[in-house]
Design a protein around this ligand. Sequence first.
Ligand code: URA
Length: 476
Amino acid sequence: MRVARLDSETDFEGWRGHARALLCDGVAPEDVTWQVGEAQDSLFSILDAPAPPRDAGYKPRVSKQFLADAKLALCHRDEGRFGLLYRLIYRMQENGQLLSNTVDDDVIRLNALVKSVSRDRHKMRAFVRFRAVKDEDDTFIAWFEPEHRIVEENAPFFVRRFTNMTWSILTPYCSAHWDRKTLRFGPGAAREDAPDGDALEDLWRTYFAAIFNPARLKVKAMTSEMPKKYWKNLPEADLIAPLIASAQKSTAGMVEAAPTAPKRLADYAFAEPDLAPGDALAEMRRKASACALCDHACHATQTVFGEGPLDAPLMVVGEQPGDLEDIAGRPFVGPAGQLFDEALEEAGLARDAVYVTNAVKHFRFTPKGKKRIHQSPKVSHIDHCRWWLKAERKLIKPRMTLAMGATAIRALAGRAIPVSEARESGFDCFDGRPGIATVHPAAILRQTGAAEADALRASLVADLRRAKAQAFATAA
Ligand code: URA
């Protein structure tokens, strides 16, 4: 009997190393015992580490698809998964087509494990709800109870999605921690270790109520997509029953209601001269949050308005919020925002000394599977949204404006100017104030060559320095 010992329940690399060595030695599946953690029997401890294969020239056959499936299946709580996977790979050496035999018992079991783990992984991505940690800026904790051991496998997804946040995901068997640089794993935790409610919960409720369409209610499909066992950790769950109860009435109301007139710019007017600047900005923000001038406004989660001090001498204008900005409701908090923050720091500028906004205030995207793919705004969107940029500029009156990329230039100058030209010669904004241009941070992130990315990054920092010198020198 050979003993194959793994470091942990999800030690895929360990399983792979053992499987390779066992196959090379021609060890049959029934002659292997799989153990996790410290050796349970000292008689076997000598065989714990993968034994060096006896036949160094032999190369086991394995498909990429099997390895991908095995990695997922290993996260399952089924005790027999290590043995099942080894039996499959052992049999595949004789029968390369084994996995296509969908009536084979081992294949059926593998597919069931993969399906169950994939579903659990999907639910974790959909139902993890971060709550802000009190008195700690941008630090969030989520509590989740997965069915399988999926945290290690799933954590990189959350790193990509919430790169700019410091977060922890706590589960009963394992915790994942991201500090914006490093991903670490720790022991399991208890529900009480995660904060309870916060202001973000209202955002989830608003979002859920906004996407709930009473005319398309299918309770069975909804509860299958959002199983009840997850409800206790979802802030929006307490809306489900009342929304379902009122669905019929709301639908009848929608049928009977007269058609609504399209919104016009005048609908967003506000009494700016009568308001103190701080109140005017708050009022502008409130009106903009209901803006529906563009066809894509209703698809975005929310309006992402500019932010910064009212007396900022420098205004920086980007293109439009991205996926993460749309969720967070703040400009430049995603990957492009991280690069922007680093460039600001290098240029000696504090982010909170600058007014940061976008030419277009709603995220425009096209859905692709579960992803939302960025789409550039059309000229009509830029022109409509100039209403808000004008209002912001009237209030902030920046001494200098830095336009990042072609959309910002078009919005500020009212016409298309090549970035290189606007960067070199500067341009007049629609209100007569001076502007200079620079490359958009997202364009730097898109570079595949390191040298090109470094050069563009250096020019962004140089342009920020230039803008700072002009904005703040005049201010002094
Ligand atoms: N890109 C932008 O132009 N603006 C943002 O807020 C984020 C990404």
